[in-house]
Design a protein around this ligand. Structure first.
Ligand code: AMP
Ligand code: ZN
Length: 665
């Protein structure tokens, strides 16, 4: 077998495994085996860049950064849909179309209306060429690099399917994945995302495709645009698209009358709550493609389709009490405690009230009968008040002025919707929250110590901040409830081991507001030590790539806070890593600051990854595609011919591995 054949075979095999895992939900090999094969392919592609293919499964991990998404005019317009809300509306629609095409017996397809962001995929010669957002329907944004990271979208379709077409679908973020993403955000002190739909559409416009690749996005297809009407009916075109590898939900049903359509609507109005993703209605379409052509479009929507919107399920119940929760950062969230009520299949006892403005806007009061709705958000929300049921002696809600946990007066800074408890070091949920964050997996990753134990240790007066962990003695821990000698030893060993955790993670663990994992990495790399970071000025801070006003101010307020500085000093004394290691330091410089490199071909003195790391360690940036912004191309053996031509046309200097090494030494 030639190398080229081997690469092709591996690609085909990996495409198939992606399809089985992400579309059929029936994987045939383990994740581990998949990764091994993917690595094998990556190595071959690195070694033989002349066989580069923009639709290879290796392209799924992202890597390209897009600053400005190009606007593209759609080949055929992406219309909106007319809406209907009742059976009568549907019957009227049927009469109108029967009249236009002069047929009284029509068959329809019913599909769920997936709630996400619409996308138009274009394939040429069986290969995916581009993915464009709906935009205003006439033109949208080219988000191809981001869309390619979505594993359930085939990058190549088999020969048995038409080869030149567009296909449309909805990018959705399934509920499971959404919840998981939010748990991680909350763990790193960030605000959770509000709802899956906005998060899905926001994801398409992220600049870094590697970030998109990390999000569990999915694409559900609903319309094949094929001028030849190859498959005769809408249902057949989708059935064939499904065979070709696209994810077409099997909830689709052909109905032969409006009565049948209505049964479908009633069934899914309830059952949709059990689906893994959100839907907001049903789309009914004339099944026969020839009839669709005859019916055509109004200025806004196809005549051959109509959407039926589900009513968001709403119930009313009594609000007993408004309580206030304090988060790790001191942010206060008002919560409505309700008379338990059944809503969309679950018993609801609590609903979010968001913030003081929201309470004021709705004029929500204790004792009121309120309307609760489960919308896009996972936590139900209060939509309004049934004022007719308001008790006579009801009083307007006075928002909490003091912290429910420590009684400190709450503050609210201009432009911030939330109130905060400023008693950072004396407020129980903030104290334990910070320690829990410190020990968490992505921070200091302390084995043998969990969230509940932190609360116990705090209650027993053994710890008041994370630095206290390093003072704990086995003899203090053993007498505690449910603690044996073994577990106490594990805990102490885990704490001791955290002294080896690298600076960037420690920086994240400190829990400085807005300094999440990625920001911590950037700051650690730039400032190299906590000392340099805490002595940096506002201007020094915002000069760092991607660090803005909000983060800079937050770092400054941490740096000027005496308690925080003392805490840091104690950590330094205990031997926690508060600067990057000597080894890392030796390899770093700013020699390449502001320079963008593209690396191509096979190298001898270092591996491709070592080369990339060397670029970044010396302040340069690595990009995967050549553009006007590229400063240098580091070319090894067998650099791809297309890259070579592109570099030459743009006049970008091509340097050798040795040239590069000379550059950084
Ligand atoms: P609207 O935005 O309310 O006018 O509805 C039109 C949008 O519904 C389209 O742009 C699609 O993104 C979306 N949609 C979701 N599911 C479907 C479906 N099964 N068929 C057609 N459109 C759908
Ligand atoms: Zn407090």
């Amino acid at each position: 077998m030639t190398i080229e054949d081997k690469i092709k075979a591996l690609r085909e095999e990996l495409h198939q495994h992606n399809y089985k895992y992400y579309v059929l939900d029936a994987p045939e090999i383990s994740d581990y085996d998949f990764d091994i094969k993917l690595k094998e392919l990556q190595q071959l592609e690195d070694q033989y860049p002349e066989f580069y293919d923009s639709n290879s499964p290796t392209q799924r991990v992202g890597g390209e950064i897009t600053k400005n998404f190009e606007t593209v005019v759609h080949k055929s317009r992406m219309y909106s849909l007319d809406n209907s809300y009742s059976k009568e509306d549907l019957q009227d629609w049927e009469k109108r179309i029967q009249k236009i095409i002069g047929v009284d017996k029509l068959s329809y397809t019913c599909e769920l209306k997936y709630d996400g962001a619409s996308i138009n995929l274009t394939y040429e010669n069986g290969q995916m060429q581009s993915a464009v957002t709906r935009g205003d329907g006439i033109q949208g944004d080219d988000v191809t690099t981001n869309i390619k990271t979505i594993r359930s979208i085939p990058l190549v379709v088999p020969n048995s399917f038409i080869q030149n077409f567009q296909i449309r679908g909805e990018i959705v973020l399934p509920l499971d994945g959404f919840t998981k993403m939010n748990e991680e955000r909350v763990a790193s002190g960030e605000e959770p995302y509000r709802n899956p739909r906005n998060t899905a559409s926001g994801s398409l416009k992220l600049q870094d495709s590697t970030e998109v690749a990390k999000r569990p996005l999915d694409c559900l297809l609903y319309h094949l645009v094929d001028e030849g009407n190859t498959y005769g009916t809408h249902e057949q075109s989708l059935a064939n698209a499904r065979l070709a590898g696209f994810k077409v939900p099997d909830t689709l049903k052909v109905c032969n009358s409006i009565d049948e359509v209505f049964k479908f609507l009633q069934f899914w109005d309830v059952e949709r709550h059990n689906l893994p993703y959100e839907t907001d209605g049903v789309v009914v379409k004339v099944n026969k493609l020839q009839y669709q052509d005859e019916l055509g479009y109004t200025s806004k929507a196809p005549r051959w389709a109509i959407a039926y919107k589900f009513k968001a399920e709403q119930v009313s119940t009594v609000l007993h009490e408004i309580s206030y929760q304090v988060g790790r950062t001191g942010a206060i969230t008002p919560v409505a405690n309700l008379e338990p009520v059944l809503l969309a299949g679950t018993i609801v006892k609590r609903a979010s009230l968001h913030n003081a403005d929201q309470i004021e806007k709705l004029d929500v009061r204790v004792g009121d009968t309120v309307y609760v709705e489960k919308g896009g958000e996972i936590i139900p929300k209060i939509m309004g008040v049934d004022v007719s049921k308001r008790p006579v002696n009801s009083q307007p809600t006075k928002y909490a002025t003091h912290c429910p946990e420590c009684n400190t007066e709450l503050i609210r800074t201009a432009g911030d919707a939330k109130h905060y408890c400023p008693n950072e070091f004396g407020c129980a949920p903030q104290i334990t929250g910070k320690i829990q964050h410190y020990i968490s997996r992505k921070a200091m990753d302390i084995d043998g110590l969990g969230a509940e134990t932190v609360e116990l240790l705090y209650k027993e007066g053994l710890i008041h901040d994370y630095a206290d962990l390093y003072d704990l003695k086995i003899s203090q821990i053993i007498p505690l409830e449910r603690m044996a000698e073994k577990s106490a030893q594990n805990m102490i060993a885990g704490i001791e081991k955290s002294k080896e955790i690298p600076f960037e993670k420690v920086l994240f663990a400190l829990g400085i507001r807005f300094v999440g994992e990625t920001v911590a990495k950037k700051l650690a790399k730039h400032f190299k030590s906590i000392h340099a970071l805490l002595n940096a000025s506002y201007d020094d801070l915002i000069a760092v790539d991607e660090i803005g006003d909000r983060i800079a101010k937050s770092v400054l307020s941490f740096a000027t806070d005496e308690t925080s500085r003392k805490l840091v000093d104690r950590l330094v004394n205990y031997g926690v890593q508060l600067e990057i290691s000597a080894e890392e330091q030796a390899n770093q410089s700013d020699t390449l600051a502001g320079k963008v490199f593209v690396v191509s071909g096979v190298f001898h003195q270092m591996s491709r990854n070592e080369l990339k790391k060397a670029i970044e360690d010396n302040g340069g940036k690595v990009s995967s595609s050549i553009s006007k912004k590229t400063s240098f191309i580091v070319a090894g053996d067998n650099m791809g011919p297309s890259k070579l031509t592109k570099a030459e046309t743009l006049g970008i200097p091509i340097i050798s591995e040795q040239d590069f090494i000379d550059m950084i030494n």
